[in-house]
Design a protein around this ligand. Structure first.
Ligand code: MN
Ligand code: MN
Length: 298
């Protein structure tokens, strides 16, 4: 256990450093692909590995924008950016996010709402707390700022090589009586929104994970599948990670096949149902004990 916690602390610390490093890159005209690459290089230099591809989602997009292989999109003045990233060491993952406004200060209350909700929730991260109590404090904090929570996005238990494990940490009181236990690691991620408080499934994200591995006949697909299994195991990966190693046409062909066969799953982008609204998010990964240990704090 001790050794496991040490690795988790190390991964969490790098994730926290990468988050702060990444924040400095969130400027007008910054390119999504270049920012993502710089952050992922930073993680590798610190001897961590990305726990999942860097996610940079703006405005009404709550989550799951992953830079595409030839992504030319850039940040604009006034964009409300959620930077969400993960670092793992031997499968122990630190998952963390912040929100930043590009070149303005118009939505500081919205940003503060999710940040304070996270801070309040962390105080409850001790053994015996019910997960619905965390949801309750997240929602009451965000409502006190005059915003809504996103109800169909939640935090999650984290296990070795499993980013979203079997316990959900709600952003409202969903009556779930599951209790936290000493040694659990959970990610709490409050989302505050000016919209209706629900996300829908949007466009494909080019962000995937291995879902149900089985033998495949086609040699190109087989080669790429074996790379995915070796390199990422069950952790999410981006299409651009594959195009760094393999010919782009091969990668596209293999990914379509693997998705059709149900071997991999592609995450959709997650926009708020109310178009044009704004969403903020903060996230930390926390080791449950008394007092709690925030693994992704600097
Ligand atoms: Mn996250
Ligand atoms: Mn998370």
């Amino acid at each position: 256990m001790e050794e496991k916690l040490e690795l988790w602390k190390k991964a969490g610390k790098i994730a926290g450093e990468a988050r702060e490093f990444g924040k400095e890159l969130l400027k007008e005209n910054s390119n999504f692909l270049e920012m993502s690459k710089k952050i992922e290089e930073f993680i590798q230099k610190k001897e961590g590995k990305p726990g999942f591809p860097v996610q940079i989602s703006v405005n009404d997009l709550a989550a799951h924008y992953t830079a595409f292989p030839e992504d030319t999109s850039t940040l604009k003045k006034g964009d409300l950016v959620k930077l969400d990233l993960g670092v793992h060491i031997e499968g122990f993952i630190g998952d963390t996010a912040l929100t930043h406004e590009v070149g303005t200060n118009k939505n500081q209350d919205l940003i503060k709402a999710s940040k304070e909700a996270l801070n309040e929730a962390i105080k409850l991260c001790k053994p015996y707390t019910k997960v619905c109590e965390i949801g309750e404090v997240v929602e009451s904090t965000i409502s006190s700022f005059g915003f809504k929570v996103i109800k169909n996005l939640s935090g999650h238990k984290v296990d070795q090589y499993i980013l979203h494990s079997n316990i959900s940490i709600p952003n409202f009181n969903n009556k779930d009586q599951t209790r936290l236990e000493e040694g659990f690691v959970i990610a709490i991620e409050p989302f505050a929104t000016t919209g209706i408080g629900l996300v829908k499934e949007g466009k494909p994200s080019s962000n995937y994970r291995l879902y149900n591995p089985k033998p495949v006949r086609d040699p190109i697909t087989r080669e790429i599948l074996s790379f995915i299994q070796k390199e990422f195991l069950t952790l999410p990966f981006a299409k651009r990670y594959l195009t760094q190693k393999f010919n782009a046409a091969k990668v596209s062909f293999a990914l379509v096949n693997l998705e059709k066969l149900g071997i991999i799953h592609q995450y959709p982008q997650l926009p708020e149902k109310e178009e044009g609204c704004l969403v903020s998010q903060y996230e930390h990964t926390i080791y449950i004990s008394d007092p709690p240990i925030v693994l992704t704090k600097l």
